[in-house]
Write a protein that binds this ligand. Structure first.
Ligand SMILES: Cc1cc2nc3c(=O)[nH]c(=O)nc-3n(C[C@H](O)[C@H](O)[C@H](O)COP(=O)(O)O)c2cc1C
Length: 410
């Protein structure tokens, strides 16, 4: 567990609760195990604790403001110079809110970003661990409970507050969780952040494009978001990632190694070139089932045109032969079918391709599949075990697919 903390960036949001001084001990323990701690304090918290104490404990300057009085933002904007304002959100391996007030929970649950802490929480893709501490009546307030429920659904983690004497004189649930428990949770989340270290992963994402003539194409609705999310999350978990993405697909957030592909043939060639030495292949690209003979010049419009389509190479079925050692993961999209049928067709392609996992989704259902921000998938393994990953944002689903890969690698 000790190594999980070494050289990790812990960003800690401290909010205006009586328990904020307790965060100081946690910072000390994190630093003792080799983590770098960066503190953001809300305005309210600076009335209850001393900024200097947090600077001393963390060894870093405490950040309190979104807009720095010495920066000429208008000048930057007019000269098109990038302005760093969410750097801490980007470097975080884990984002801790300790203690977390009812207020910060409410703001986060409702998408409010009106200061440095809330803006950074909104911008981070690191796991967020919230450690509430408040009066028992506040904690029991249905609005607070609704907000907690909403955040849990969105995969925010909670170190649940405990029962006991509260600083406000009441007795009940509301005390900051035992620091030992918070510490353990941080360790587990950080461990997950490096579980793909030393693994080389090839991810394909997005749609192929077959040219009919120099201006017209046959393609599909895949945006590449699911694959890009898998590539990004694998990168954050320490993997050495190469993303092959469709020429019209979404760009990944990080500076990953990437190459763009166009046709089925182009994608096939690029995979062949890259696959040697790869440990895990996640083939999520939506590959055309057909190719077409390209006309060299633009086809005249205004008259009937018959296109002759030929079946395209089934790339997925060839991957195991190209690299026997690679752990092979494919995707199967079906349109408005029963779960049984979805799982069966995923299992069929798994057998044909000698794959290790196939992720199946039904693109005929709302909020799932092509060009949306969310997905619901079923992960099928070689023994036809099925893991259901519930409807959630693609980043969350990507992380759970990676969990399934890690568990199957063991
Ligand atoms: C002395 C004092 C102690 C407070 N303790 C808490 C607390 O433990 N938990 C909480 O949710 N709010 C507490 N509050 C209320 C918050 O400080 C208030 O809701 C504030 O707006 C929180 O802002 P922040 O979330 O941006 O830090 C306290 C307020 C005062 C004056």
């Amino acid at each position: 567990m000790k190594t999980a903390f070494a050289n990790k960036n812990v960003v800690m949001g401290v909010t205006g609760g009586i328990a904020c001084y307790k965060a100081l001990d946690l910072i000390k323990e994190l630093r003792d195990l080799g983590s770098e701690v960066h503190v953001i304090m809300t305005e309210a918290s600076t009335h209850l604790a001393n900024i200097k104490d947090f600077e001393k404990a963390s060894g870093n300057e405490v950040q309190t403001r979104l807009f720095h009085p010495k920066i000429d933002y208008r000048g930057y904007i007019s000269r098109n110079i990038p302005i760093k304002h969410i750097s801490l959100a980007d470097i975080a391996d884990i984002f801790l809110i300790c203690p977390a007030t009812a207020n910060i929970i409410g703001k986060t649950a409702n998408g409010i970003a009106d200061d440095l802490l809330t803006t950074s929480i909104m911008a981070t893709v690191a796991p967020v661990l919230i450690c509430p501490a408040m009066n028992v009546k506040m904690w029991k307030n249905p609005i607070v409970q609704e907000n907690v429920k909403k955040l849990k659904k969105l995969d925010y983690y909670f170190a649940e507050p405990e029962y006991g004497e509260l600083a406000c004189g009441y007795k009940g649930v509301g005390r900051l969780a035992n620091p030992k428990k918070i510490f353990e949770m941080i360790g587990l989340l950080l461990k997950q952040r490096s579980d793909l270290k030393n693994k080389r992963i090839l991810v394909t994402a997005g749609a192929t494009v077959e040219e009919i003539d120099p201006v017209r194409v046959i393609t599909n609705k895949s945006s590449g978001k699911m694959g890009a999310s898998i590539a990004e999350q694998a990168f954050l978990r320490g993997a050495d990632v190469l993303l092959l993405r469709g020429c019209n697909s979404v760009e990944p957030c990080y500076s990953l190694k990437e190459q763009k592909f166009t046709t089925v043939d182009d994608l096939h060639k690029k995979i062949k070139k890259a696959i040697k030495g790869i440990d895990i292949v996640v083939h999520s690209a939506a590959v055309s089932d057909f190719t077409v003979n390209k006309h060299d010049s633009k086809i005249k419009s205004g008259k009937e045109l018959k296109l002759e389509l030929a079946p395209a190479a089934k790339i997925f079925e060839r991957l195991k032969k190209l690299n026997k050692k690679a752990f092979l993961v494919g995707f199967k999209a079906e349109h408005n079918v029963s779960i049984k049928k979805l799982v069966n067709s995923a299992y069929n392609i798994l057998r044909k391709a000698d794959a290790d996992l196939v992720v199946a989704n039904d693109v005929g259902k709302k909020m799932r599949g092509f060009d949306v921000e969310t997905n619901e998938v079923f992960v099928v393994d070689r023994y036809k075990n099925v893991q259901h990953i519930k409807l959630a944002g693609k980043r969350v689903v990507a992380d759970k697919i990676l969990d399934a890969i890690v568990n199957n690698l063991k």
